[in-house]
Design a protein around this ligand. Structure first.
Ligand code: NAP
Length: 248
């Protein structure tokens, strides 16, 4: 029996990397999938087809996650097309790394808008539907640096720390209505986001990982499936690390 049959999932930023791993994991467990991308339309189309090959309904939407009005329209469209909204995964995110000395105001704003405001946008626009259903699992893809901080990532770490605070607040606010909200904090995951790191930076990350490998999108997707499912029905308000033991 599939874990997520009859459930509808909305996942942001699933044209590649961790997001594409997440939608595949959810589809394999029978969930219908609405997902977004910003500019990778060919990749999104290919993923849409791959998801449909698992026998589930799947549709890609172009969206700038930082834009509230666009987000509200797409969430309404998803509810109209799919009939409900059971799982929300806020995954879209970017980095604009630099030491604070060299960090521009634009780099600060862009990261906060894409990584943090986007989460407010989606949850705010979906809240009425979740309250009506009296159920839902919201999963925010954070980062271990939201807790630890990281030199060169003041904007990114602040956006993820903000996400963790938002997650815990929403869990407290909506728990009595059957709505859960958790964050998953990946460590070093091999995607385009981490491809840009220098050899030295990668070696430094790997040296601090007890399991001695970078993570895969599937490592994150496996926990998303569990948190999305009713098997985790007593878990809310948590930030759960998936980092090969790097952060202990
Ligand atoms: P990635 O490979 O760079 O993929 C990012 C995804 O987000 C893409 O689908 C991209 O769409 C989408 N996106 C970016 N900006 C967007 C916007 N304004 N509106 C809508 N979609 C947007 O990144 P990743 O490594 O998979 O990371 C996914 C999430 O995991 C992020 O939140 C990241 O912070 C978090 N994370 C990653 C790592 C890691 O080591 N990789 C570690 C900790 C946390 P397009 O393809 O159309 O641009």
């Amino acid at each position: 029996m599939k874990l997520l049959g009859n459930k509808v999932a909305f996942v942001s930023g699933a044209s590649r990397g961790i997001g594409s791993g997440i939608v595949l994991g959810l589809a394999k467990q029978g969930a219908s999938i609405a997902f977004t991308y910003r500019s990778s339309s060919a990749e999104a189309e290919a993923i849409e087809k791959e998801l449909q090959s698992y026998g589930v309904k799947a549709k890609a939407f172009q969206l700038d996650a930082a834009n509230y009005e666009q987000t509200e329209k797409i969430i309404q469209q998803v509810i109209a097309d799919f009939g409900s909204l059971d799982i929300i995964v806020n995954n879209a995110g970017i980095t604009k790394d630099n030491l604070l000395m060299r960090m521009t105001e634009e780099a600060w704003d862009e990261v906060m808008q894409t990584n943090l405001k986007s989460v407010f946008n989606v949850v705010k626009a979906s809240q009425r539907q979740l309250l009506k259903q009296r159920s839902g699992s919201i999963i925010n893809i954070s980062s271990v640096v939201g807790d630890s901080g990281n030199a060169g990532q003041a904007n990114y770490a602040a956006s993820k720390a903000g996400m963790n605070g938002f997650t815990k607040s929403v869990a407290k606010e909506l728990g009595s209505r059957g709505i859960r909200c958790n964050a998953i904090a990946p460590g070093f995951i091999e995607t385009e986001m981490t491809q840009g790191l220098s050899k030295e930076q990668k070696e430094m990350w790997l040296a601090n990982i007890p399991l001695k490998r970078g993570g895969t999108p599937e490592d994150i997707a496996n926990l998303v499936v569990f948190i999305a499912s009713d098997m985790s029905s007593y878990i809310t308000g948590q930030v759960i690390n998936v980092c090969g033991g790097m952060q202990t």
